[in-house]
Design a protein around this ligand. Structure first.
Ligand code: ASP
Length: 428
C-alpha cells in the first residue's frame, strides 16, 4: 500500500519534497513569530496592523486549519479501514491494540508523575498574589467519563462521520475493516474501492500540505502579535515548570522508549520536524493528524496497518503534553489556595489527569476545559483556572508538540515489536 501512496504523492523514501516542506514550515514559523512580535512592538492599534492581524492573518490561519480538518474524517475512515483489513487476522489487531493502549496509558502516567513531582519541588504557586490575577473564568461543562464510554459506539455511523466524532469514526472503521477481513473474497471489490480512496486521500494531504508554510506563518503571527510576552511575567514559574517537564518528557523519556525498542532517537527527531511545526502552530492534534500519518508511514517506515490505527487513536486519546499541563496546574492551584496535597492526592491527580487527557479532544484549548474535571475531583476551586488561562495559548502550542510526538513514538515502537517497521526507511 505504501508504494501506491508513494506513487500517488510522487514521493519516495528519500522524501526530498518532504524535506523541502519541513524547511518551509519552519521558516514560516520563525518569520511568523518575528512579524507578529514586531507588529506588536511597533504598530499596535494602527489600522494597518488591525487589518493584518484581524484580517489577513486571521483568514489565512482559519483557511489552513479548515483545510487540515477537512482531511481528518476521510483520512481516519479510509486509512483505518484499509489498515485493519490489511492485518488479515483479528487476533493481531487485538495484540496491536493492547500494546498501543498500554503504551499510551503508561507514558501518560509517567508524564503526570513527572509533572506533579516537578511542581511539588519547584513550587510555582508559592508567593503568588491571588488578588492580582483575573479569576472567575467560565468554562464549558466537561462530559462525564461514563457518558464518553457509552458514546464510543456510534448509533448512526453516518452521523458520526458528519459530526466528525473521531473516536466513533475510529470504532466504526475498525469494525468495518474486521468485517471485510472476515468476509473474504466477497469483500474484495469493497476493499479495492477503499484502497483506491486511500491513495486519493493521501494525495489530497500532499496537495493541501503545500498551504502549510503560509498557514503556519499566519497562525503564529496572529498569536505573537495578540499575546506578546507581557502576560507571562506574573506566571513565569508556572510557565517555566510546564515547559521544563514538557522538554524532559519529549527529549528524555520518549527517546528512552525508542532506545529500549532498539531505535535511534536522532533518526526519529530528524524526520519528525514537520509534524512538530504543524502541531506547534495549530495547537491541534487533529489538525496535525494528516501530516503525522504521512510522516510516520513514509519517512519513519511504519507499516500502514499499524500507523493507520495508532496515529488517529493517539490524536484522540493520547495527550501526554496536556496531562503534564494538568498535573502542574493542579499543584499550582493547590499551592495558590494553600491546599496540601498528600500521597493520596498525588495518586488521584495521576488517575484523573490520565482520564482527563484521554477525554481531551485534539483541538486547541480543550485541555484547559478538562482540567476542571481534575480540580473538581481534587476538591480544588475550579475558578483557579482563571489564573492560568491568560498564558494557555502558548503552552497549548507547546504541549500539542509533545502530544503528537508521543503518538508517533508509540506507533514506531509498536510497529517495531510487530515486525512492521521498515528499518531501512527509518534509518535512511
Ligand atoms: N491542543 C491539544 C491538542 O490538540 C489539546 C489540549 O491540550 O488542549 O493536542
Amino acid at each position: 500500500m505504501s508504494t501506491e501512496v508513494e506513487q500517488a504523492t510522487g514521493e519516495g523514501a528519500d522524501g526530498d519534497d518532504s524535506g523541502r516542506l519541513t524547511r518551509r514550515i519552519l521558516i514560516g514559523l520563525v518569520l511568523g513569530a518575528a512579524a507578529g512580535l514586531l507588529l506588536r512592538q511597533l504598530a499596535l492599534g494602527h489600522p494597518v496592523t488591525d487589518f493584518l492581524v484581524g484580517g489577513v492573518f486571521d483568514v489565512g490561519g482559519k483557511i489552513f486549519l479548515a483545510s487540515l480538518q477537512l482531511l481528518v474524517v476521510p483520512l481516519v475512515l479510509v486509512s483505518l479501514t484499509c489498515g485493519t483489513a490489511a492485518l488479515d487476522d483479528v487476533a493481531k489487531l487485538g495484540r496491536i491494540g493492547g500494546k498501543t493502549l498500554g503504551l499510551y496509558m503508561t507514558t501518560t502516567a509517567i508524564a503526570i508523575s513527572l509533572a506533579v513531582a516537578a511542581a511539588l519541588l519547584i513550587e510555582p504557586g508559592a508567593g503568588f498574589e491571588l488578588s492580582s490575577a483575573a479569576t472567575g473564568a467560565k468554562l464549558a461543562e466537561t462530559p462525564s467519563f461514563s457518558q464518553t464510554l457509552i458514546e464510543i459506539l456510534p448509533t448512526n455511523p453516518f452521523q458520526a462521520l458528519a459530526e466528525g466524532r473521531t473516536l466513533q469514526v475510529i470504532v466504526f472503521a475498525i469494525l468495518l475493516g474486521v468485517a471485510m477481513t472476515l468476509s473474504g473474497e466477497a469483500a474484495a471489490p469493497l476493499m479495492r474501492l477503499f484502497e483506491s480512496a486511500n491513495v486519493v486521500v493521501m494525495k489530497l494531504v500532499f496537495i493541501l500540505m503545500e498551504l502549510a508554510p503560509l498557514g503556519v506563518f499566519c497562525l503564529i503571527a496572529k498569536v505573537a502579535s495578540e499575546q506578546g510576552l507581557e502576560a507571562f511575567e506574573k506566571l513565569t514559574w508556572y510557565f517555566g515548570t510546564v515547559l521544563l517537564v514538557l522538554f524532559v518528557h519529549a527529549f528524555f523519556a520518549y527517546p528512552m522508549l525508542l532506545v529500549l525498542a532498539g531505535l535511534s532517537p536522532l533518526a526519529f527527531f530528524r524526520k519528525f520536524r514537520a509534524p512538530m511545526g504543524v502541531g506547534f502552530s495549530t495547537a491541534s492534534s487533529n489538525a496535525t493528524l494528516p501530516v503525522n500519518l504521512r510522516t510516520v508511514e513514509e519517512k519513519l517506515g511504519v507499516d500502514a496497518s499499524v500507523a493507520s490505527f495508532t496515529i488517529p487513536l493517539g490524536a484522540t486519546i493520547n495527550m501526554d503534553g496536556t496531562a503534564i499541563m494538568q498535573g502542574v496546574a493542579t499543584v499550582f492551584i493547590a499551592q495558590v489556595y494553600g491546599v496540601e496535597i498528600g500521597a493520596g492526592g498525588f495518586l488521584t491527580i495521576v488517575v484523573t489527569a490520565t482520564l482527563a487527557s484521554v477525554g481531551t479532544a485534539g483541538v486547541p484549548g480543550v485541555g484547559m476545559v478538562m482540567l476542571a474535571m481534575v480540580l473538581r475531583q481534587m476538591e480544588l476551586p475550579v475558578e483557579g483556572i482563571g489564573l492560568i488561562l491568560g498564558v494557555d495559548r502558548l503552552l497549548d502550542m507547546c504541549r500539542t508538540v509533545v502530544n503528537v510526538t508521543g503518538d508517533a513514538i508509540v506507533s514506531c515502537v509498536v510497529a517495531k515489536s510487530e515486525g512492521k517497521l521498515r528499518l531501512d526507511v527509518y534509518r535512511s
